[in-house]
Design a protein around this ligand. Structure first.
Ligand code: NDP
Length: 326
């Protein structure tokens, strides 16, 4: 099987190579999957660059998500031929991942692909789309409805942001998309964003409370932007904290929580329980318009992945990158 393998000599830098590897080098697991598609996420970019301390042992096969067909299974829940999706569980970090023609994982980590979502579409969504849906579900659980007002999406032209923008727009929300790249405005409007907020408007700290602007927010950026957004939330509004593309440090005050009842909701896609995963994938199959999904993707070969990872860390990619292993 063909695989992208990372290596790191003692004290040296991480290097990558595409190699033919024996199937018996796959890690232990209940289910062996013929991988059809994987993707490049921000976390993959960190792994490819050897950043973030995410990988503990080398050689390593990255790829935090994949979709494909079961080849063999020792678990009664899966049989050869079943279409499956994997995201999370630190696959691609501490366990070999999806940048290979085959993967072997625990049955508990898989979900069956929902009807109406083929492997390519499943990975066009991938970890980013799944996480965007978890964020939207959390906002809805806390009372967000389209009539409450504008919903902000930060890091909007990235993977999570693109899918969140498209789904929220399709659900009838007025989406305000934050981007640091004016050249992405047309793309974001094509996904349904009704207004564009320049990143610079939110990239510096403000007062503990500002005018009420947003009914909800899907935040892929964190840091100063998240603090600023919290101070602009409407009474009872919620922010789903998804990412840290702009920084992990959060310096804010409790004032928006105390005076406006603002909710800050943490989103963890990695260990989301099975029932929630199935619900989220069913909703993705239903709520993500396929013509919009097509606009978010760029197809890539395994050979192109290392360069795409470098580009992603420099904020030079947009939307979703789907890796074809079929
Ligand atoms: P992408 O790189 O595709 O998107 C991130 C976007 O954030 C960029 O496109 C850019 O959007 C914006 N951005 C980048 N750098 C900065 C900066 N310095 N300041 C402000 N905005 C910036 O990444 P993903 O969409 O894959 O992931 C987004 C975040 O979500 C990451 O931090 C990732 O680790 C996290 N994540 C968390 C998950 C969870 O389970 N909680 C699961 C999946 C992802 P623009 O150019 O439009 O401004």
């Amino acid at each position: 099987m063909k695989a992208l393998i990372l290596d790191k000599p003692d004290g040296g830098d991480v290097s990558s190579e595409i190699r033919e590897t024996a199937e018996d080098s796959l890690p232990d697991g209940d289910v062996t999957v013929a991988v059809e598609y994987s993707t490049v996420n921000y976390k993959d970019a960190l792994v490819l660059a050897g950043q973030g301390g995410l990988v503990k042992t080398y050689p390593h096969v990255p790829g935090i998500d994949f979709a494909g067909t079961v080849e063999t299974s020792s678990d009664e829940r899966y049989a050869p031929g079943d279409r499956v999706i994997l995201t999370g569980w630190r696959v691609g970090e501490i366990h070999w991942g999806g940048y290979a023609e085959k993967a072997r994982v625990k049955a508990d980590w898989l979900v069956p692909a929902p009807d109406g979502l083929d492997a390519r579409a499943a990975m066009a969504l991938g970890t980013a789309g799944f996480t965007a849906m978890l964020a939207i579900m959390a906002l809805e659980e806390h009372g967000l409805t389209p009539d409450r007002g504008e919903v902000l999406v930060t890091g909007a032209s990235g993977g999570v942001g693109s899918v969140a923008t498209a789904i929220l727009s399709r659900l009838g929300y007025h989406v305000a998309a934050v981007t640091g790249r004016p050249e992405q405005e047309e793309y974001l409007r094509s996904l349904g964003a009704r207004s564009i907020v320049p990143r610079s408007e939110l990239s510096e700290g403000g007062k503990p409370l500002e005018s009420e602007r947003w009914a909800g927010c899907v935040d892929a950026v964190g840091g100063t932007m998240l603090a600023r957004v919290l101070s602009q939330m409407k009474h009872g509004g919620s922010v789903a904290a998804v990412g840290l593309a702009g920084g992990s440090k959060l310096e804010t005050t409790v004032v928006p929580f105390l005076l406006r009842g603002v909710n800050l909701l943490g989103i963890d896609s990695v260990t989301a329980p099975y029932a929630k995963r199935v619900t989220a994938w069913d909703r993705l199959a239903r709520d993500m318009p396929s013509e919009l999904l097509e606009q978010t993707i760029r197809m890539a070969t395994l050979e192109e992945v290392p360069q795409i990872g470098r580009d992603m860390l420099q904020n030079k990619t947009h939307g979703r990158v789907v890796v074809d292993l079929s």
